[in-house]
Ligand binder design. Structure first.
Ligand SMILES: [Zn+2]
Length: 85
């Protein structure tokens, strides 16, 4: 069981790392959540384009995406545990 869990985590990790940009939901069409995340990221980058804090803000956005990815993976693992117990 631990083995399966580990494999699921690895697969999830690889897939989630590609989101939201490489969402493969609904045959080439991004799913609404990924579409929205991409738009929001684009408009944030647009918003900071000519500002002095540009690099800093970009780093913050990238880190934020990583945090959300990690927490999604954690939640998936937890629901997997809940499912098998
Ligand atoms: Zn998606």
């Amino acid at each position: 069981m631990r083995n399966i869990r580990h494999r699921i985590e690895n697969i999830s990790y690889v897939r989630i790392k590609l989101l939201p940009h490489e969402c493969i939901a609904a045959a080439d069409e991004k799913c609404p959540a990924c579409k929205e995340a991409c738009e929001r990221q684009k408009s944030l980058y647009e918003h900071i384009k000519d500002q002095a804090c540009k690099i800093e803000t970009q780093t913050t956005i990238t880190k934020y995406i990583e945090v959300v990815q990690q927490s999604t993976i954690r939640k998936l693992s937890q629901s997997f545990d809940a499912e098998v117990m």
